[in-house]
Design a binder for this molecule. Structure first.
Ligand SMILES: *[C@@H]1O[C@H](CO)[C@@H](O)[C@H](O)[C@H]1NC(C)=O
Ligand SMILES: *[C@@H]1O[C@H](CO)[C@@H](O)[C@H](O)[C@H]1NC(C)=O
Ligand SMILES: *[C@@H]1O[C@H](CO)[C@@H](O)[C@H](O)[C@H]1NC(C)=O
Ligand SMILES: *[C@@H]1O[C@H](CO)[C@@H](O)[C@H](O)[C@H]1NC(C)=O
Ligand SMILES: *[C@@H]1O[C@H](CO)[C@@H](O)[C@H](O)[C@H]1NC(C)=O
Ligand SMILES: *[C@@H]1O[C@H](CO)[C@@H](O)[C@H](O)[C@H]1NC(C)=O
Ligand SMILES: *[C@@H]1O[C@H](CO)[C@@H](O)[C@H](O)[C@H]1NC(C)=O
Ligand SMILES: *[C@@H]1O[C@H](CO)[C@@H](O)[C@H](O)[C@H]1NC(C)=O
Ligand SMILES: CC(=O)N[C@H]1CO[C@H](CO)[C@@H](O)[C@@H]1O
Length: 559
């Protein structure tokens, strides 16, 4: 019976019990004695934040002020992390309304009054005061027709959009540019090593979650853009099955691969957010194919989930360092995770290779699909805008805009538009395109992830997150859940990742990815949770001192 309780109901019961407890404790001890410490915003969980809001310890207005102050400390000053492009000028007013509503009616959901940072390719209505630009000056001031599908769901649940996160411009589909750089936002850097590479393209979303510039974030992935930043910033990322979360109102690359998902400091927080943003949206017909109802991902959280499960390691290609380019330490620390999963009751099948591994490596089909889709879909994006003061109305215009505005969009070392140019050269859907799409699905699904799962009777696959790991799931449209695995040691050979960024480098985090078949998020989350709870890797290392914001709720309340 307990397992059937809806999370909201269970949550309301907990909140109610907490309320009773506080009232009781206050009556016997006096108010001073019951004060729970305020949550540390570097690490605060959604459960702690919601409990503090419910108990009246602080308000959502306090939370917004505190996160704004933390962003100001580190975004353009100090370590200049450049994780955030814009803060929501309406956030304080929205928080005040939601605080009032909480007092009158109680919380709408576990996200009521909770600040969420969203990647700048996820649309928010213009009248709220923020742009939706994918980091590009070519879209500055453009007016989107409406909120994106996922933002609609967040708002309905009572969440507050805190701001827009910096990203690799155009979600890393412009050219050979450093991860985390955009014309509008500059170069996002990692909080674990000065000028460390944050990975991309959801760079600012990940950095923002990693040091508590926000409660949680949303990112998007086409091939690696949630998985890699989650891995490199010591957080949890859920790259969802294509069609689980709506892409309506998300600046596109390819409808066959794009997904939206949470970036959070814990599997629990990611599960809470996913339960709210998942679900069908008539404005994205891929979402109509998902099984209903949306699972309650919070009920997947179990410390015993790995007992008796068979977990495979698709080593060929994906753990070959001469293919992945990974530092040898990545595979070393991965072996520790394998041992931990065994301790947790899993049977490890190693190797459990994807039959398509070498075909994927040799294939260029993904590029054919993405180039063709991008041109068609990004042109549709421009057409959907109510206005765009830059005059850019097509991919062709955009390429010209960038070249005509070099100080904004093509500063030294950030000039490439190679992917734009390749996409612009495509001529639409034809037999070559459909064949490439079919090959991608075959390589990712029937000859790839599903083949390995079936051949070895597996429940999931695991791989170190850095390298080539996201690609089979990208081709298949299948999910990946990534959790903290370790950190590069102090003696790692420091590498270059762009004109100003370093990777690897001492202390930069490394993630562990769980991969599965379509709609297997529930299971992957349950495995990732058991592993996270056992290892608590996130807590083993903090950001470098200058990148740790100091503002806390205690500086805000009553100030
Ligand atoms: C976009 O950002 C500019 C500041 O750069 C701001 O003045 C403007 O109001 C924003 N536009 C929209 C549509 O939110
Ligand atoms: C979505 O709708 C379009 C036509 O509007 C159609 O071509 C496409 O096949 C549909 N896709 C899915 C996944 O239903
Ligand atoms: C899992 O174990 C941790 C302690 O290691 C505990 O804090 C947590 O509540 C447990 N989770 C569940 C769902 O029982
Ligand atoms: C690793 O990849 C390289 C380059 O593709 C290849 O030459 C080598 O044989 C592979 N190693 C293994 C163990 O498969
Ligand atoms: C697409 O994949 C198939 C199957 O692996 C392969 O034969 C073909 O050469 C690939 N095409 C491109 C353009 O890479
Ligand atoms: C399909 O279009 C691409 C360019 O977008 C071209 O390279 C390819 O040859 C075309 N294929 C067919 C069968 O016409
Ligand atoms: C780095 O240090 C570890 C011990 O902390 C040692 O095992 C490893 O061999 C060292 N690696 C290099 C490349 O020196
Ligand atoms: C361009 O990048 C190189 C290294 O790749 C660096 O030495 C140089 O300073 C950079 N130039 C600017 C203007 O950032
Ligand atoms: C919120 C914030 O700090 N936004 C900044 C992002 O970076 C650009 C470019 O440096 C600034 O103009 C924004 O103010």
């Amino acid at each position: 019976m307990v397992a059937l309780l809806r999370p909201a109901l269970r949550w309301i019961q907990n909140a109610f019990l907490l309320h009773l407890f506080l009232a009781f404790a206050a009556s016997i001890c006096g108010n001073a004695a019951v004060s729970t410490p305020l949550p540390d915003l570097y690490e605060a969980s959604l459960t702690e934040l919601q409990a503090g809001l419910t108990a009246g310890q602080f308000t959502s207005v306090d939370l917004i002020k505190a996160y704004f102050a933390r962003i100001e400390e580190v975004n353009l000053q100090g370590p200049e992390l450049r994780a955030v492009i814009e803060m929501n000028p309406s956030a304080l007013a929205e928080a005040a309304v939601l605080d009032q509503e909480r007092l009158t009616y109680g919380p709408r959901s576990a996200l009521h009054g909770i600040p969420v940072l969203v990647k700048d390719n996820i649309a928010t209505v213009a009248f709220e005061g923020m742009n939706t630009t994918a980091g590009s000056y070519g879209l500055l001031g453009s007016v989107v027709p409406m909120d994106s599908g996922v933002v609609k769901r967040l708002r309905k649940a009572g969440a507050i959009i805190l701001g827009k996160a910096n990203l690799s411009e155009w979600a890393e589909f412009r050219g050979d540019l450093a991860s985390g750089w955009s014309g509008r936002g500059g170069q996002t850097t990692n909080a674990y090593y000065p000028n460390g590479d944050p990975c991309g393209s959801s760079s600012g979303s990940a950095v923002g979650a990693s040091i508590g510039l926000t409660a949680v974030s949303l990112g998007t992935e086409t091939d690696g853009s949630i998985t890699c930043p989650a891995n490199q910033n010591n957080i949890v990322g859920v790259k969802t099955t294509v069609g689980l979360t709506s892409r309506a109102g998300v600046i596109p690359i390819s409808e066959h691969q794009d997904t939206v998902g949470p970036l959070a400091r814990s599997v629990t927080d990611a599960a809470i957010v996913l339960s709210i943003i998942a679900g069908p949206d008539p404005n994205d017909n891929f979402t109509l194919a998902q099984p209903t109802p949306v699972p309650d991902y919070v009920s997947a959280l179990s410390n015993t989930s790995l007992i008796g499960k068979r977990i495979g390691v698709p080593r060929a290609v994906f753990m070959n360092n001469s293919v992945t380019g990974n530092d040898p330490y990545v595979n070393e620390v991965f072996e520790q995770a394998v041992a931990t999963l065994q301790e947790l009751g899993a049977t490890i099948v190693d190797p459990a290779d994807l039959p398509s591994a070498y075909d994927i490596l040799a294939s260029n089909n993904e590029t054919v699909v993405m180039n063709t889709d991008f041109k068609i879909q990004v042109n549709a994006w421009f057409s959907s805008l109510l206005s765009n003061p830059t005059g850019v109305q097509s991919l062709e215009d955009l390429i010209m805009f960038d070249s005509n505005n070099p100080s904004l969009e093509e500063p030294t070392n950030y000039t490439s538009q190679s992917e734009f140019i390749a996409a612009q050269a495509t001529t639409g859907f034809n037999a070559t395109y459909y064949q490439a799409l079919e090959f991608d699905h075959q390589m990712g699904r029937e000859q790839g992830i599903d083949a390995a799962l079936e051949m070895y009777s597996l429940d999931a696959l695991i791989l170190p997150a850095p390298g080539y790991t996201p690609t089979p799931a990208a081709l298949a449209g299948y999910p990946i859940v990534t959790v903290p695995l370790g950190f590069y040691p102090d003696n790692v050979t420091i590498g270059s990742a762009g004109p100003v960024t370093y990777y690897p480098a001492p202390g930069i985090p490394i993630g562990l990815s769980f991969l599965g078949t379509a709609w297997s998020e529930y299971d992957l989350i349950s495995y990732a949770y058991a592993y996270e709870q056992k290892t608590q890797t996130r807590l083993q290392r903090m950001a470098y001192p200058a990148a740790i914001p100091t503002t806390q709720l205690s500086d805000i309340i009553g100030a």
